[in-house]
Design a binder for this molecule. Structure first.
Ligand SMILES: Cc1cc2nc3c(=O)[nH]c(=O)nc-3n(C[C@H](O)[C@H](O)[C@H](O)COP(=O)(O)OP(=O)(O)OC[C@H]3O[C@@H](n4cnc5c(N)ncnc54)[C@H](O)[C@@H]3O)c2cc1C
Ligand code: FES
Length: 268
């Protein structure tokens, strides 16, 4: 059941250039959210008719829901003005998330704020005593786009970094350390699953690797959303069904997480 919870801001802090953590007191949502689902937030200082904005969940625990967001435009910029103690409406849980267990080693690959749902997932996998500890791969343009790594390290997650300018980790795309790990796992005959959230280029690269290796890939699609609940068809993604037919899925209700083998990528 979808809840629209009035959530009090417990803290709101800058964590990198343009990126903020928003910690909300939201006991009802914290109890039911699963990794990969998202919430739809009503931004307090925008006009009453303004659309809500979708955000993944970085953490949901102990009555609190934590979001990690980037200030990119009108809505997120207005959200930066929200103060501790203020209340805002948060609707959720929305969409289908990642599976909560994994056969083999979980490989988590993120870019930018895409690490948000991966942190919640890593925490859940560790809590569920997943046989192998998750491994995280994060890429960004510079070190400023690499976020919240210490939260993963606290969970015991091994972290590999890459940046386009070489200011942190390997110089180049995050697929460099990922491909090295895939080669190692394949050589040892080990099973693994890939979980990803980030820009489309990264999602496609991870999806291709999951298919090439014939291993499960779980792809969280970031599409512009309006209603967040399946009514407006703003968030369409072509999805291939097992019988080969293709249909227009709505990422907000049928996703945002899809299997790699289901996604029909747009050819540009
Ligand atoms: C399921 C889902 C989960 C998300 N999780 C997070 C999260 O955890 N943290 C976070 O910071 N953001 C997240 N986003 C993206 C976030 O919703 C948008 O950045 C936000 O709605 C932009 O609103 P705005 O009014 O500030 O920007 P606008 O003024 O509407 O747009 C500013 C710029 O951002 C681009 N933009 C708008 N929406 C998106 C989008 N969905 N994806 C990519 N670019 C977009 C626009 O094209 C434009 O270039 C998520 C989006 C979805 C669909
Ligand atoms: S955002 Fe309206 S149908 Fe998905």
């Amino acid at each position: 059941m979808v809840i629209d919870e009035k959530a009090k801001i417990l803290s709101h802090t800058l964590t990198g250039p343009g990126y903020r953590f928003l910690v909300l007191e939201a006991p009802q949502l914290a109890k039911v959210l699963v990794p990969g689902q998202f919430v739809h937030v009503k931004i307090p200082s925008l006009e009453e008719s303004a659309l809500r904005r979708p955000f993944s969940v970085f953490d949901a625990d102990d009555g609190k829901v934590t979001l990690l967001y980037k200030d990119v435009g009108r809505g997120t910029s207005a959200l930066t003005k929200a103060k501790e103690g203020e209340e805002l409406l948060v609707m959720g849980p929305l969409g289908h998330g990642f599976p909560s267990s994994c056969k083999g080693t979980p490989l988590l690959i993120g870019g930018g704020y895409g690490v948000a749902p991966l942190h919640f997932l890593a925490k859940q996998l560790v809590k569920n005593n997943c046989k192998e500890t998750p491994i995280l791969f994060v890429g960004g343009r510079t070190k400023d786009d690499i976020l919240a790594i210490e939260y993963f390290e606290r969970l015991g997650v091994q972290v590999f970094l890459a940046s386009n300018d070489g200011s942190i980790g390997e110089k180049g795309f995050v697929t460099l350390p990922l491909d090295a790990k895939l080669a190692e796992l394949k050589k040892d005959g080990k099973d693994f699953e890939l979980f990803t959230c980030g820009p489309d280029g990264l999602l496609k690269a991870v999806s291709d690797r999951a298919l090439d290796c014939n291993m499960p890939g779980w792809i969280s699609m970031d599409r512009h959303m309006i209603c967040g609940v399946g009514a407006c068809f703003a968030c369409i993604q072509a999805i291939r069904l097992p019988d080969g037919s293709v249909y227009n899925a709505r990422c907000c209700v049928n996703g945002p997480v899809f299997k790699a083998k289901e996604i029909v990528w747009e050819t540009k």
